[in-house]
Design a protein around this ligand. Structure first.
Ligand SMILES: C[S@@+](CC[C@H](N)C(=O)[O-])C[C@H]1O[C@@H](n2cnc3c(N)ncnc32)[C@H](O)[C@@H]1O
Length: 419
């Protein structure tokens, strides 16, 4: 980190740094005091750095303690996910198809949301162009919502559009995927042809790419899920063992906290994938959705830092050994038992994982019976902390003690609890 720079007020060479962020310099106390009124809104213990492989990322400018609030961030752009259950465009609460907006026809939660500030510009544009949404069935998720965030983007002021465009989109990689062909046909068609919005196809697909690469999911009560684009949080790179966690306040402001002590100069990271997935699943998910190969410490270790999330028990030596990848960063590398050295091909492991994941997704998670049966069925194959087993056990922790017939007083008499 540089120890000299130009004074933020008078631009002369200066060596005195802001003690908070160490990113701004002053020629003396007077100018530091003078600048504080503005700087206090930007003073954070992080700065943006750049790496040839990972691009821009956030770095700690001083030691940060576990639990510290590192920064807060307000959304540049927010809206429904591409496929969403009916959601009120005024307040983002669950909406009813029986309460269409009088202006544009999109479902609202109540008539008062027709006048919500957030919905005004988009509603007027659709009304002026004679478009009226016609959503009759709200029982299943609707792909119609894919056009809302790009529409809101097109209505942003120029300086916000510039900020969105400055974020990574991976458009060239995404453009050739089936999803982007669908977006080109539907979202571009709707905005450019039907609403005659003055944006290019690349602008629209670009903002879809920016959202897919950078947006954070916001979960609201009532099962609503939104996507929010946060300019500073978008610069946090991924790590499968992240050092932050985040929450959203009622105004959708994001608060990012340190989950461990972070030393000065270390990257400040979040995770873009599921912590309970195995290395193979996480890497495949990151490749498909975020267009990069994760090479973090956890992904590089066959034992996943001792968690054995991908491990299966060896059938050749009666479960005495764990079968682990011989080279986790190479998806084609064989897997080998750490006891009898018997090998399996990567394909066998991938097929097995896909079948197990599918089976787990279909298991009824409203009661424990099918989850317990899943664990029983695969107990000779799955290491106790294998990701599939952990997902089933996590679901059971939410059922035991909460579901009638499995309340704590009843469970007390059970012998076989699976967690
Ligand atoms: C949310 S953005 C993070 C900021 C981004 N690095 C930039 O320069 O704008 C996500 C993108 O950053 C890159 N990235 C993030 N974490 C990475 C990592 N651990 N290894 C390699 N690339 C990473 C990938 O290109 C990913 O799609």
């Amino acid at each position: 980190m540089s120890t000299e720079g130009k004074c933020a007020v008078c631009l002369v060479e200066a060596a005195q740094q802001c003690a908070g962020c160490k990113a701004v310099f002053y020629c003396g106390r007077e100018h530091q005091k003078q600048h504080w009124g503005r700087h206090r809104f930007e003073c954070r213990p992080i700065k943006v750095a750049e790496d040839p492989v990972q691009g821009r990322y956030l770095v700690a400018t001083k030691n940060i303690s576990q639990g510290d609030l590192i920064f807060t961030d307000s959304p540049l752009l927010i809206g429904p996910k591409m496929v969403s259950s009916p959601i009120c465009l005024g307040c983002h609460q669950p909406a009813s198809v029986d309460c269409p907006c009088p202006g544009c026809g999109w479902p609202l939660c109540g008539p008062e949301c027709a006048n919500a500030p957030q919905h005004q510009a988009e509603c007027k544009l659709m009304k002026d162009k004679g478009f009226r949404a016609d959503i009759k069935d709200g029982s299943k998720p609707l792909s119609e919502y894919a056009c809302i965030v790009p529409l809101r983007y097109s209505l942003l002021p120029e300086e916000k559009i510039k900020k969105v465009k400055s974020l990574q989109s991976h458009l060239e990689t995404r453009r050739v995927t089936p999803l982007y062909t669908v977006l080109r046909n539907n979202v571009v068609g709707f905005l450019a042809m039907r609403l005659q919005v003055e944006v290019t196809e690349d602008d629209i697909l670009g903002v879809c790419g920016v959202m897919d690469t950078n947006a954070y999911e916001i979960r609201r009560n009532g099962g609503v899920k939104l996507r929010g684009l946060y300019p500073l949080a978008s610069l946090m790179n991924h790590d499968c063992v992240p050092n932050t966690r985040h929450v959203f306040d009622r105004d959708d402001k994001m608060l990012v906290f340190a989950t461990v002590d972070i030393s000065k100069g270390s990257p400040v990271t979040s995770t873009y994938t599921h912590a309970l997935w195995s290395t193979h699943q996480r890497r495949a998910h990151l490749r498909a959705t975020k267009c990069f190969e994760c090479r973090c410490v956890r992904c590089s270790d066959p034992a996943e830092l001792g968690t054995y999330l991908g491990a299966i028990l060896c059938s050749k030596c009666a479960g005495k050994g764990k079968v682990l990848s011989t080279a986790p960063l190479d998806d084609a590398a064989p897997w080998q038992c750490n006891n009898c050295q018997a090998q399996m091909t990567a394909k066998q492991i991938v097929w097995g994982n896909q079948a197990l994941q599918k089976e787990l997704e279909q298991v009824d998670k409203n009661g424990p019976q099918q989850l317990e049966a899943f664990l029983e069925r695969y107990k000779a194959i799955l290491h106790p902390t294998n990701g599939h087993a952990l997902q089933a056990k996590l679901a059971l922790t939410q059922i035991y003690g909460n579901v009638p017939g499995f309340l704590l007083k009843v469970l007390f008499f059970f012998k076989d609890i699976y967690i």
